[in-house]
Design a protein. Structure first.
Lengths: 169, 413, 200
């Protein structure tokens, strides 16, 4: 991990290279994180990739309910040569949840982006095959948003088997 | 024209000369659906394969058939009650799932795990790695037509599961790892049984090699099939034995040691060609290396507590409940509400049998995690199957799928 | 215990009697007694059920964690071939037992129903593990309990059940197929619900 100063230096270089891209930085629990403007995500990630953070370890979504903008897309980047990790976070709102796809940088972002779309409803512009991946294709709603009910059914025991789903049998 | 002469005419028209398969415009494309119920897909994976003759032109994996919503369920449980839930993601490497999750929570809490717990974790992690590779070896060999490997591999797997049962009381999904350490110290006799197993394991692994590596059918099905180079694999996000088979010695146990992996002397098997045979060889060689790690951890097992002394996180020992009011309060608080974790985010990567297993935990200050996400290696590695099997035969597709070793519970979560 | 073999005088006399019967010279009480000794009567249904219960072909069908434990019942330690259940079939048309081994997701439920419909009668279903019986620890949006979309004969509890538990479930299924009256304890004890009514 870059330390606090290393992270600040990296963010400084990044905002010099791409004006207005860095919104905030945070360094906690040994994890360096740069929050970026969502519309510049491809440029920022391409720049970081050229700096050596060339492996996209993970791409996942987070719901920051009730904070706004609610949804977060997190890219965990890894520099295999220096064994260094940095995470890049882009926050998008639920009204217009869209961000550019990074498929041209890493083809391996295909499944993770589809998963974030499926679970959080973030549209990835430029993704050629943005469909639901884990839920059935005709499913409605984005189940891992925090305001989505967890669902489930009452478990059948002998005392309630007459009023549950087995009642008609 | 009589039926017989028609037959003769057709028979004579057959030439024995070989033609390049799948070339020219006369060949039609055939879409073949494989799965979700198919014995060779290692679970409920569905593949839409586009074939030209017998050559695979494209495959599209369709997943989600065992999607369980584990990440959502984990958000509804307090931190330590989420451990059994996340364990069930990748059902062949449950200790690894628990390790990634506990590691993430420990990082957020800022806990230092006692050395004995770290060593006990490593013993169980490496036993689990051997177990996972054994199931892989048995089922993959079954896909390739080597039936008896299944029985041999499952014999050793049962021995390992007996060890798990001895230390935790469960065969699978043991929930042995706890935030701050392990739930209980190992019972008397466990070390002796582990020693007996690791004395035996290398010779068993030799037997597997003897059975498989002199088998002409297996060799010709694995050698030089479905090669993919290192750079392409990195672009697809592939880690673990698949990446190491292509020659990149990336292993988080060496590169970024966690849980005192840096105390041990072991080597990382690396392939040279990057074909299915190398994938097989790398995993097979890891059996020996894991055995070596267990031996060292067993010899150097430090004395001391098996879980942190911090009563805010770890349950007090049972005997204290009868004498100490404070312990009783801590116990009640932990069991009913659980511990609170300060606000923050953490991504904790470890090396699972299939590659980088990262757990992302977001804490919002309450007693339940606000988000748990597993970066499961099977999920990412599965994408690389399509470029691997492009322009290969459909029989190689089955072999490649076996060598990629996706665990569908981890893919779908 | 020492086992000594006695010369079987009975055997010789039965042999002679059989010869007499074939000649047609066995009559009256002797004939009746002979037939009672030599012939086992049963109904065709019971004979078929006996054969069926001892040669069930399960479907090679794994869902999740329990599938690994299902695999280990065919392995050496708990060799299910001892009971005649080892012939796992990959095609639902050749199988007559489906073991739902693992969690059934919303996406998978129609597929399972279709596989079950493709199986030929008589067909049986075992729901293995907590997930597909009651959704277990994951009682959430993604899962469906198996009772909801297909009939289940035996539920095996556990998460995952030990291989022994699954073998027990399979033997319970055999009892059910063969019609042995070991099930139906509730009727036997006159119990309503989970409690027993004593003296009924």
């Amino acid at each position: 991990m870059p330390d606090q100063t290393g992270l600040e230096a990296l963010a400084q270089q990044l905002s010099e290279a791409l004006a207005g891209s860095v919104l905030a930085t945070s360094h906690a629990h040994g994890r360096a994180e740069i929050q970026i403007a969502p519309e510049q995500n491809v440029a920022v990630l391409a720049w970081l990739r050229a700096q050596g953070y060339s492996f996209l370890a993970s791409l996942h979504g987070v719901d920051y309910y009730p904070h706004e903008p609610r949804l977060g897309v997190i890219y965990e980047l890894l520099d295999m040569r220096n064994v260094d990790r940095v995470s890049v976070k882009a926050r998008v709102s639920t009204d217009e949840p869209s961000i550019a796809s990074v498929l041209e940088l890493w083809p391996g972002a295909d499944f993770p982006e589809r998963e974030v779309y499926d679970m959080f409803g973030v549209r990835f512009d430029g993704h050629p095959d943005l469909r639901r991946i884990l839920m059935p294709e005709d499913y409605e709603g984005h189940p891992q948003r925090r305001d989505f009910p967890v669902g489930g059914e009452p478990v059948l025991f002998t005392y309630n088997e007459t009023d549950g789903y087995g009642a008609d049998r | 024209m009589s039926a017989l002469s028609d037959y003769r005419r057709r028979e004579e028209s057959i030439t024995m000369s070989s033609e390049p398969v799948g070339m020219g415009e006369t060949h039609e494309l055939l879409t073949l659906n494989i799965g979700p119920h198919h014995p060779a897909t290692h679970g409920v994976l569905r593949l839409i394969a586009t074939l030209e003759g017998e050559v695979v032109r494209d495959i599209k994996p369709i997943i989600g058939y065992v999607h369980t919503g584990i990440e959502k369920t984990a958000e509804q449980k307090s931190y330590w009650k989420a451990i059994p839930v996340v364990e069930r993601m990748d059902y062949l490497s449950y200790y690894f799932n628990a390790m990634a999750y506990c590691g993430a929570v420990e990082t957020l809490l800022g806990i230092e795990v006692p050395p004995r717990a770290q060593y006990l974790r490593i013993i169980h992690l490496e036993l689990n790695r051997i177990m996972s590779h054994l199931v892989w070896l048995g089922t993959s060999a079954l896909d390739l037509g080597a039936m008896s490997m299944f029985w041999y591999c499952f014999r050793e797997r049962e021995t390992i599961l007996d060890l798990f049962e001895m230390s935790s009381g469960q065969r699978m999904h043991t929930r042995y790892f706890q935030v701050g350490g392990v739930i209980e110290d190992i019972p008397a006799g466990f070390a002796r049984n582990v020693q007996r197993f690791i004395d035996e394991m290398p010779s068993r692994a030799d037997q597997y090699a003897d059975l498989l590596e002199k088998n002409e059918i297996l060799l010709s099905r694995l050698r030089d099939t479905c090669v993919l180079d290192e750079q392409t694999l990195l672009g697809w996000g592939v880690t673990g034995p698949l990446l190491r088979a292509a020659g990149n010695p990336w292993d988080l146990r060496k590169a970024a040691p966690y849980s005192s992996y840096d105390h041990f002397d072991f080597r990382i098997p690396v392939g040279t060609v990057g074909d299915n045979y190398d994938r097989f060889r790398v995993r097979h060689a890891e059996l020996y290396e894991s055995t070596k790690i267990i031996q060292q951890a067993l010899n150097g097992l430090p004395e001391g507590p098996h879980i942190v002394e911090d009563r805010k996180v770890a349950l007090p020992p049972r005997h204290e409940l009868a004498t100490s009011m404070e312990s009783l309060i801590h116990h009640f608080k932990l069991v009913t509400e659980g511990f609170r974790v300060p606000e923050g985010e953490c991504y904790y990567p470890i090396e699972s049998p299939r590659g980088e297993l990262g757990c992302f935990v977001r804490a919002d200050g309450s007693a339940k995690p606000a988000r748990v996400h597993m970066r499961d290696p099977s999920f990412v590695n599965l994408q690389a199957t399509a470029p691997m099997v492009k322009d290969a035969y459909i029989a190689d597709l089955i072999a490649t799928l076996a060598m990629v070793d996706p665990v569908l519970g981890g893919v779908d979560r | 215990m020492e086992v000594t073999r006695q010369p079987d005088h009975e055997f010789r006399s039965r042999q002679l009697m059989a010869r007499d019967m074939l000649r047609g010279s066995l009559e009256g009480d002797d004939l009746d007694r002979y037939v009672e000794q030599a012939v086992m009567t049963t109904t065709l249904d019971r004979a078929v059920a006996w054969a069926q219960g001892n040669s069930i072909y399960p479907l090679t069908f794994g869902l999740a964690c329990c599938a690994i434990e299902m695999m280990s019942i065919v392995a050496a330690r708990l060799d299910i071939a001892r009971f005649g259940f080892e012939a796992f079939r990959a095609s639902p048309r050749q199988a007559d037992l489906i073991i739902l081994s693992g969690r059934v997701s919303m996406k998978m439920a129609p597929v399972i129903r279709r596989i079950y419909d493709q199986m030929l009668e008589p067909k049986f279903a075992i729901s293995m593990g907590a997930c597909c019986s009651s959704m277990g620890v994951f009682n959430n949006y993604a899962l469906v309990p198996s009772d909801k979309f297909m009939p289940i004969d035996v539920h095996v509890p556990g998460c995952p059940p030990r291989p022994e538990a699954l073998a027990h479930g399979i033997l319970k299924l055999r009892d059910k197929v063969q019609g042995t009256d070991r099930e139906g304890w509730r009727e036997r004890y006159g119990a309503v619900g989970t409690e027993e009514i004593l003296g009924a």
